[in-house]
Design a protein around this ligand. Structure first.
Ligand code: ADP
Ligand code: MG
Length: 197
């Protein structure tokens, strides 16, 4: 499975909408186990993506992911900006090869986050959403319940990376904010894929 330019653009536009609509929810999650800015950070990135697409319409999928990456890197800030930025930049490069499957593309994004963040699964970060989704896609059983379960799994984890790790055991019992924003990304993808089936 692959996304055409119009589908990929729809995917990112839906993500932007969800980030803007849920800014305070993301801030609240980050207030519990971080510094309360994840919603504000991602909302800034969302607006930068919209501006970038309006200024210069992406000509192909690689362009689209690159513009998304740059908006994230330049405007989101925090830990999450460079991490989302790396994921989309690596995806932008990978998608230039014609035969790349969507599942492999998401894995490349997840690997970029792991590399940049020196992180892996079970550390209560966005990887705990990206990796299970890449796995589900490879097995062809990706849907909203996979996204929901992955997000929920972060609740009982103790954070060992990022700001939440300072809380040690006290980070337990809260959803990870970056996993929630990543869940918006992948719910948006389910919506786009659903329109085709
Ligand atoms: P900051 O922590 O700098 O305030 P944000 O609040 O925007 O940045 O983003 C926090 C989110 O970033 C966390 O919820 C987590 O999902 C993600 N994150 C932080 N550090 C890492 C890391 N090393 N690897 C993967 N994800 C990380
Ligand atoms: Mg924060």
């Amino acid at each position: 499975m692959k996304l055409e330019l119009n589908e990929a653009q729809k995917w990112i536009e839906l993500f932007v909408e969800k980030l803007e609509a849920n800014k305070s929810e993301l801030n609240e999650l980050d207030t519990a186990i971080g510094d309360g800015d994840h919603g504000t950070n991602m909302d800034r990135g969302a607006k930068a993506i919209t501006e970038s697409f309006a200024k210069k319409a992406p000509e192909n999928v690689s362009d689209l992911y690159k513009a998304t990456a740059f908006a994230m890197i330049q405007k989101v800030g925090g830990a999450s900006g460079p991490l989302y930025g790396t994921a989309f930049l690596d995806m932008s490069k990978a998608v230039k090869s014609e035969n790349i499957e969507l599942a492999d593309l998401i894995q490349i994004g997840a690997d970029g986050i792991k590399r940049r963040g020196e992180s892996d699964i079970k550390m209560k970060t966005m990887i705990d959403v990206w990796q299970p989704i890449a796995d589900a896609m490879k097995q062809d059983n990706f849907d909203k319940s996979v996204v929901e379960d992955a997000l929920d799994s972060t609740k009982d984890m103790v954070a060992t990376k990022g700001r939440a790790s300072y809380l040690e055991e006290k980070s337990k019992g809260h959803l990870d904010p970056g996993s929630q924003s990543s869940a918006y990304l992948f719910e948006s993808l389910v919506d786009v894929l659903g329109e085709n089936s």
